[in-house]
Design a protein around this ligand. Sequence first.
Ligand code: URA
Length: 253
Amino acid sequence: MPPRKPAAGHRPLKTLERVLSKAGFGSRTEARSWIGAGRVRVNGKLIQTPDHWVDLERDRVTLDDKPVRAGRKIYLLLYKPKGYLTTYKDPQGRPTVYDLIQDLDQWVFPVGRLDLDTSGLLLLTNDTQFAERITNPAYKAPKTYLVKTASRLGDGELEQLRRGVLLSDGATQPALVQRLRDSGNHTFLELTITEGRNRQVRRMIEAVDSSVLKLVRTAIGAIQIGELGIGKHRQLEAPEVSALTCPSGSRRG
Ligand code: URA
């Protein structure tokens, strides 16, 4: 039986697991495991009960000693290297993107995911609305990738990718596809998609009977990875955040 909700007048009370999952840090199941593992404190006190009631206006909740409901919004651009997971911890002990942002004093979560073998632009934030704006396909935020394919692709195959290919979870939306060059048996492409399905680029290339040898995300909307070193991160400037959340001419639907 969960503890009874204490009376708090009009103050917003939530259970600890809900506070963590609502803040965007993971599912409620993940939140429960963090609480159980002793990584969460409320007002400095270790709390291991997921049903513990939290007063959002007064209580300070920390995960690994970093505030989870900080007033200041953070927007980070990380150049994720290949071989790093976009999760917090890996049972197999592989490196994760959190290993690269240890200097940060606030908790952030990744905006969408990049595969283990994909490198490039990854945004991390503590702003759930911002993350929704980038990941919800209804907003059509363009994501640009540099792709090296395992075989040389013809113009017909590029046209198929542009128009949409049929994947196991339905046809893909029209994409921008530009041949950068061919080299030996490989084609280098720039591909821009507005969806973000699981392993979408890899599956699109497989749908035209090839496969991906290298995949780098180079841009989200107008934000480019630019000259940032691999494994490095920087804060987005305010105009960059605005450009992502209200790009001119963008429309939902
Ligand atoms: N598409 C993929 O196939 N993988 C990624 O990591 C991102 C997009």
